[in-house]
Design a protein around this ligand. Structure first.
Ligand code: SF4
Ligand code: SF4
Length: 64
């Protein structure tokens, strides 16, 4: 998962992550990839659309 600049640090994703893979950080949550099961609950709950699965980011970069 990546968290981009659209994040307002509202904390909604931290509260919803079932595995504790999102940790509080000063500007935006820190993603602990080793704990992430790719359930996508954080992607769905983020009101800003700031969280993107890494595979989507990789595909977008490959398409450039
Ligand atoms: S839910 Fe979205 S806006 Fe809120 S802290 Fe998480 S990434 Fe940032
Ligand atoms: S995809 Fe699921 S496990 Fe991974 S950070 Fe988001 S809520 Fe947590």
């Amino acid at each position: 998962m990546t968290v981009d600049a659209r994040c307002t640090a509202c904390g909604a994703c931290l509260a919803t992550c079932p595995t504790g893979a999102l940790l509080p950080a000063p500007r935006r949550p820190l993603v602990v990839e080793a704990r992430c099961t790719a359930c996508l609950e954080c992607v769905e709950i983020c009101p800003r659309g700031a969280i993107t699965p890494v595979l989507v980011v990789a595909a977008a970069e490959a398409a450039r």
